[in-house]
Design a protein around this ligand. Sequence first.
Ligand code: MN
Length: 239
Amino acid sequence: MTTLFISDLHLDDSRPAVTALFMAWLHEAAARADAVYILGDLFEAYIGDDDDAALIATVGDALRLLTDSGVPAYFVHGNRDFLVGPRFATRTGLRLLPDTSVVDLYGTPTLLLHGDTLCVADIAYQRVRVQLRDLAWQQQFLAQPLAARRTFAAQARADSAKHTGSTDVSIMDVTPAAVDDAFADAGVQRMIHGHTHRPAVHSLSAGRQRIVLGDWYEQGSVLRVDADQSVLTTLPLSI
Ligand SMILES: [Mn+2]
């Protein structure tokens, strides 16, 4: 049997083919898995559990079908959907994990995280992150009307695109020292994360392995882990 990992789908009304691919995947491959882990940035934007957008409802219903069928599904917040909260979890059956957690996968303890905390060279982003993850800021944000939150989210996405376009690409990747620290803190030899959109299986010194999930822009990207191996696979996007 197999455990499946995905991240960085960035589901959005502007890319319906990706949403369709995800729904088909939930219905087929995910339904046969031991467990499914979504390591953040499932949604391009998420402004609160009270969002009445059709996309969130559609995806929520599909996740509910999966968990009702008996497949455990776990969610780690990304930098886009850090406001996924207890109402969405209850509605979908998703189990929310903390920002970092260690799970046992067929006998191998494995650190799971979104990956943005490993990109410490991007100081501007890390500064924004501190604000967005502040509980008082989040409460104040969630108290605003949906329309105001949508406007804020659109502006934040524009700012992010501008930042990404004007920033040296090397600082958008993980910092090796942060990776070393994360391995040491967790006391494990394997980690799985997304965020950087640079899918790869990195074999590091001391037998460590860092697996990076891919995004769902030009294709789907799924990591399949079983007792013997970890394989990054892609799913074709039918247009
Ligand atoms: Mn991300």
